[in-house]
Design a protein around this ligand. Structure first.
Ligand SMILES: NC(=O)c1ccc[n+]([C@@H]2O[C@H](COP(=O)([O-])OP(=O)(O)OC[C@H]3O[C@@H](n4cnc5c(N)ncnc54)[C@H](OP(=O)(O)O)[C@@H]3O)[C@@H](O)[C@H]2O)c1
Length: 328
């Protein structure tokens, strides 16, 4: 099992190394890849050291699986080149997600759709993954008709440069800015670029990816907001179902979903928060309550570490799924 990580020096790439270590992923060789400026850097994983190489160098090697987290442009050009050489690519960028012939996978939900023929597999957007993890068991039981989602997304979701912007602003230092406004002591109703329909690309990713993974008939309306939180995305989700529910039963449906943890004890101030989700793989759901203004409608609060289940963990889980089911 020769495993490459493309974008190994980035926020997601570094988290992938940790996830591979923690899960004792059975690679025999690790090929860390980043841009030319990082080539030659030594990174360690599972007690061994590896030298960072370029994509050109990677293409010369025999690779079984490549985990990509280096942006859409790299994925667009390099994923097909590696796939043509028989390498399975699992990509974190948005480039392949909505392509008709490529699957968008959250293993607990639709891993069973994967086949040997899938050479480029897409990992959903971080905000989508935690949303569908909470919606999937409820859709199965009650049929989700419509969901209105407001996100509170951490700066780590934008990448290393955003983390630097917040740190600079906290210390009143001048530096490069990735956001059009200060993020320190602020919230920006603006994640990714604005589209012609006045939604942002992030908001449309949440809408379109959720439909692709769960059910095209679900109506999703999203507002994505960036908050000055280091790591962990939160989402306020208002869901209307086809069928009515009973709260206790609905909570046990959520709790029975692998990878979801219900944390809902308001009397003891217990609810999901990004500060507690950091470094964890679960999706936490709390503040579960009936919307008393609408029939068959629920409010809930969903939190997960965007770098873990929202990116690195889900990618590694897809690779594990391929291995376990002899799809490589
Ligand atoms: N952050 C999140 O929560 C999150 C969640 C889901 C998906 N994603 C997606 O994952 C991808 C990476 O995000 P990130 O937050 O990790 O970004 P990041 O911190 O900015 O890291 C980008 C990585 O890509 C590498 N890279 C850039 N140009 C390259 C090239 N020409 N050849 C090879 N490697 C190159 C960088 O290497 P150098 O260090 O050498 O520049 C770095 O390792 C993006 O597509 C993002 O949308 C991110």
């Amino acid at each position: 099992m020769r495993l490459a990580i493309v974008g190994v020096t980035g926020m997601v790439g570094r988290e992938m190394l940790k996830v591979l270590e923690e899960r004792n992923f059975p690679f025999t060789e690790l090929l860390p890849v980043a841009s030319k400026k990082s080539c030659g850097t030594i990174i360690s994983c599972l007690g061994k050291e590896f030298e960072v190489i370029s994509l050109d160098d990677l293409l010369e090697k025999k690779v079984d699986v490549a985990l990509f987290s280096a942006g859409g442009e790299i994925a667009k050009i390099w994923a097909p080149k590696l796939a043509a050489k028989g390498c399975k690519v699992i990509d974190n960028s948005s480039y392949w997600r909505m392509h008709e012939n490529h699957k968008l996978i959250v293993p607990e939900i639709n891993g069973n759709a994967l086949t040997k023929e899938d050479m480029i597999i897409a990992n959903p957007n971080c905000s989508t993954i935690q949303l569908v993890m909470a919606l999937a068991p409820l859709h199965k039981k009650y049929g989700v008709k419509r969901a209105v989602v407001s996100t509170y997304q951490s700066i780590s979701g934008t990448g290393i440069k955003a983390v630097e912007q917040l740190e600079n602003e906290e210390l009143s230092l001048v530096g490069e800015k990735v956001y059009p406004h200060p993020i320190y002591k602020n919230t920006l109703p603006h994640c990714d670029v604005f589209l012609e329909n006045d939604y942002t690309k992030e908001e449309m990713k949440i809408t379109n990816e959720t439909k692709k993974i769960l059910d095209n008939s679900i109506a999703i309306s999203a507002t994505a907001v960036r908050v000055p939180v280091d790591g962990g995305h939160s989402e306020s989700v208002n869901v209307t179902f086809e069928n009515d529910f009973e709260i206790k039963e609905l909570k046990s449906a959520l709790a029975s979903m692998e990878g979801v943890l219900v944390l809902d004890d308001p009397a003891n101030n217990e609810y999901p928060m990004p500060i507690n989700a950091q470094g964890k793989d679960d999706v936490f759901v709390g503040r579960i309550r009936r919307d008393f203004t609408q029939e068959k409608t629920l409010n809930m609060w969903v939190v997960a570490d965007n770098l873990r289940k929202g990116a690195a963990t889900n990618t590694v889980q897809i690779a594990e799924y391929l291995l376990k089911n002899n799809l490589i």
